[in-house]
Design a protein around this ligand. Structure first.
Ligand code: FAD
Length: 391
């Protein structure tokens, strides 16, 4: 691999040659295909659909899943991928995380054999794209107990009513996983809602100030009818939904690492080139202090995520393990990107220099897949034995 500025402890040396080859392949794709267009699509708030076949050729979807055409690699590699994608463009990393992690993961963990056979191979090849609809306009953090979207069974069909907000990829997805509370029993069910269902309407959310390339939608479900065969057969309660979120949360922590790393590497390069008072600003002590704080945070985040993924691969990662990394990395990333922005002076707020985009996108990582507070409460409950979700 070429020199890696943001991998100060050479963690990639812990990867096998095969794993490093995958990492390099993805890095080259991101540098060559995404970097030149990232700011333009982010600025226009459009998604670059033309990159999907090129991304599919990398064969990285469903990285750690077994069977169904998936690569059968490790969760560590899934994390490394999330980092590599986010290092260049957090939006592309999020698009990928929603499709490969949340949507494919829901089918992988909660689908029947027939559902897995039908969807996963085509989604792995990115011939079909997925979305994951959990959050609602009135319920975000409290969605486990407060979900307002309902479903009921009528003959061999389910009827779903409600709204979902913030749903990434949902303006163009071929399948959207919709979670709904069953009227009468309050059990949470998951549904494969296919593109073109007349009861499904997805409106693009406008004027987002972060992850602008990601197409987030407000979904309205009006008597949306789904056959029993498209209900996720292995989901009986929110505990099953939570299994999906537990599996993907580690990759979100890695995504934070990628965001911080992209900002740090851009800033480091800039400080070596930019001259003030007749010398590169990298020679100034106060600038070096920022750079050291950045690389220290980045190194702590990476080593934490590396161990977290090892635990995930060993089957010993708990919710609180994943939540701690998500809390720590999303907080530290905010610090890293703001220092990166600072050492770049005025150019730090120009899209052209990339760092401004990382600053904005770090805010989305901070809030999605469980806000900082919610993930802190998960860890707090584990270490004290007291649940403080409701005071
Ligand atoms: P709220 O739940 O209203 O929280 C507001 C504030 O109150 C937060 O600071 C929160 O931490 C705090 N708070 C809430 N409860 C407590 C408590 N008990 N104690 C202390 N503080 C508390 N969702 C999907 O289903 N699919 C997606 O694809 C998706 N993509 C997203 C993409 C982006 C860019 C964003 C921003 C969000 C996305 N989400 C998605 C939704 C995301 O998961 C929610 O935004 C998140 O769970 C928080 O919910 P909320 O925004 O409704 O905030």
């Amino acid at each position: 691999l070429p020199p890696i500025d943001g991998d100060f402890y050479d963690l990639s040396l812990k990867l096998t040659p095969h794993q490093r080859e995958i990492q390099l392949k993805v890095r080259q794709f991101m540098e060559k295909e995404i970097k030149p267009i990232a700011n333009e699509f982010w600025n226009r708030a459009e998604f670059p659909h033309h990159i999907i076949p090129k991304m599919a050729a990398l064969n990285i979807c469903g990285m750690a899943y077994k069977g169904y055409g998936c690569p059968d690699e490790t969760f560590l590699m899934e994390g490394i991928m999330a980092m590599e994608l986010a290092r260049v463009d957090v939006s592309i990393s999020t698009f990928f995380g929603v499709h490969s992690g949340l949507a494919m993961g829901s089918i992988y963990l909660c689908g029947s054999e027939a559902q897995k056979e039908e969807w996963l191979p085509k989604m792995q090849r990115m011939e079909l794209i997925g979305a994951f609809g959990l959050t609602e306009p009135n319920v975000g953090s409290a969605v486990a107990g407060g979900m307002e979207t309902t479903c009921y069974k009528e003959g061999d069909e389910w009827v779903i009513n409600g709204q979902k907000k913030w749903i990434g990829n949902a303006t163009f997805s071929d399948v959207t996983i919709i979670w709904a509370r069953e009227k009468g029993t309050n059990a949470v069910k998951g549904f494969l809602v296919r593109k073109g269902n007349p009861g499904y309407k997805a409106e693009k959310m406008q004027d987002k100030m972060a992850l602008r390339t990601v197409q987030n939608a407000l979904i309205t479900l009006t008597d949306c009818r789904v056959p029993e065969s498209d209900r996720l057969q292995k989901c009986d309660s929110f505990k099953d939904t939570a299994k999906v979120l537990k599996m993907t949360r580690a990759a979100v922590a890695w995504q934070a690492v990628g965001c911080a790393r992209g900002a740090y590497e851009s800033a480091l390069k800039y400080t070596k080139k930019r001259e003030q008072f007749g010398r590169p600003i990298a020679r100034f002590q106060l600038i070096q202090n920022h750079l050291v704080e950045m690389v220290a945070n980045l190194t702590a985040m990476q080593t934490m995520c590396f161990r977290l993924s090892e635990m995930q691969d060993q089957g010993i990662m708990t919710d609180e393990h994943a939540s701690l990394a998500k809390v720590f990395c999303s907080m530290r990333t905010r610090d890293v990107v703001s220092r990166a922005r600072e050492v770049m002076g005025g150019n730090g707020i120009l899209l052209e220099y990339d760092v401004a985009r990382f600053v904005a996108d770090a805010e989305a990582i901070y809030s999605y897949e469980g806000t900082k507070e919610i993930n802190s409460l998960i860890v707090g409950r584990a270490i004290t034995g007291y649940s403080a979700f409701v005071s």
